[in-house]
Design a protein around this ligand. Sequence first.
Ligand SMILES: Nc1ncnc2c1ncn2[C@@H]1O[C@H](COP(=O)(O)OP(=O)(O)OP(=O)(O)O)[C@@H](O)[C@H]1O
Ligand SMILES: [Mg+2]
Length: 549
Amino acid sequence: MAYYTTAGGQQVIVLKEDTERQRGRDARKSNMMAAQIIAEVLKTTLGPKGMDKMLIDSLGDITITSDGATVLDEIDVQHPAAKMMIEVAKTQDKEVGDGTTTSVLLAGALLGKASELIDDNIHPSIIITGYQAAAEKALEALEAAAIDVDMEDHETLMKLSNTSIRGKAVSNARDHLSGVVIDAIKQIIEHRNGDVIADVDNVQIVKKEGESLRATELVKGIIVDKEVVHAGMPKKIKGAKIALIDTPLEVKKTEFDAEIRITSPDSIKAFLDQESEMLKKKVDQVVATGANVVFCQKGIDDMAQHYLAKAGVLGSRRVKKSDMEKLAKATGGKVINNLADLNATDLGLCGSVEEKKVGNDKMIFVEECKDPKAVAIFIRAGLERMLDEAERALNDALHVIADVAEVPQMVSGGGSIEMEMAKAVSEHAASVGGREQLAIEAFAKALEIIPRTLSENAGLDILDTMVAMKAAHAKKGGAAMGVNVFGEGVIDMLKEGVVEPKVVKEQAIKSGIEVASMILRIDDVVAARSGGMGGPGGPPGGMPDDMDM
Ligand SMILES: Nc1ncnc2c1ncn2[C@@H]1O[C@H](COP(=O)(O)OP(=O)(O)OP(=O)(O)O)[C@@H](O)[C@H]1O
Ligand SMILES: [Mg+2]
């Protein structure tokens, strides 16, 4: 099968016996189809009227969600081109945290249109050039339509956050959650070399069953999901001075199995005394700095716990590394891994450290931090599923607010910005001649996938909506007209408060075009048989038996 026949009729084996190979049009078609199937899967989840997906993993755990990134994360995809689509979603999620479905739909539509052009004998490289020229125009139009956002304008921030929070499960508490999100991001904003940095990783999310979503709150500090380690320790410290330690408060065990021969009761005592003396010294080093709280990333020996308790210190052990880092950010402390280096200046400060009972568990709340650069959102809800959905919703909203903190610009949603970009792109197409023009027009059409899908998912007549959209956008002042998913026809999205960060749309265009061109460029797929050419599109059938080139 994997032979190369020379002009002289000699056969040369090039690829291993069981290698599969698919070339040219076939390779491209099956890749494009696989990628489009991924877009098809996500399609029904787009927008506030989007449907949920029920995902069941191999262990039988069920997730119900309409979050694009989560859906793609849970499904097990075989085909390499389908995997590339999932990468797009991941990039989108990582870069801007929202708009994953949009980016995948866009990539799918670009490939769908490309497929038609290829059928009309337009070469993929012309399509790619045309798409790239079109993307440039689309981004220019996006830039032109962008509206500045003032971080002090709470009302606008609420609109941005609310637009990203959908899902029936959490919509009742949407305003409350958005308020929490805005406070959280504003608190963790940092200014470095003139840049604004809003790193969502500095917002810790802690979930606990009980109460309702409305009880979800911002903690100006960090929640450590551990108990106070010793019963004799205080459960509450006001005016906390916190030592953050990354080394065990234990006596080092010998590396090898050492045997200690003890011949008399006295020598047992001497041995134990020595151990306890060493621990006491460690504890003294901590206490001497003035610390009244200890968070240790490693273990704390029973004896050390006892000495800490005696000194009135609240301690907790085996704290997660990520929590240690957040504790440092929140309290201004420094994580120390050599006790001898611990100084009073390394201690973190906060108003209160307290072990609280939440439901059946105990957690330590490190609160009332002064200007903390890491904070926690404590999500409450009656059901576990609700907690998970709330976490996903908060995650999108946190990213959206962080996005506008870093690049303070927004655009109107509901498919309106996509229509504006499509308009600009097709106007440009008219000025370009030849086959490239067809590709540019195809790009404009592909952008329409967003308003089309929004209206389809809302059960509206797609054709009617699109006709109304086009008419509205042809008129002056119609740039923000989008799909009225809760009624019918088109309405002004700025008046409705449906707005999204500019960077979300920018990234969606960039990642969409990137994966579409990447897939279009592939014209040869060589795979070991056990490898991943299965899945949608399937392994290539009907390949010529002799691989004459
Ligand atoms: N009230 C609304 N009316 C019309 N369109 C809306 C409304 N709220 C949101 N949208 C639109 O819904 C789309 C976003 O949908 P959705 O959040 O499901 O997908 P995504 O942001 O692309 O991906 P994901 O959130 O899964 O990462 C955007 O185009 C947005 O403008
Ligand atoms: Mg979204």
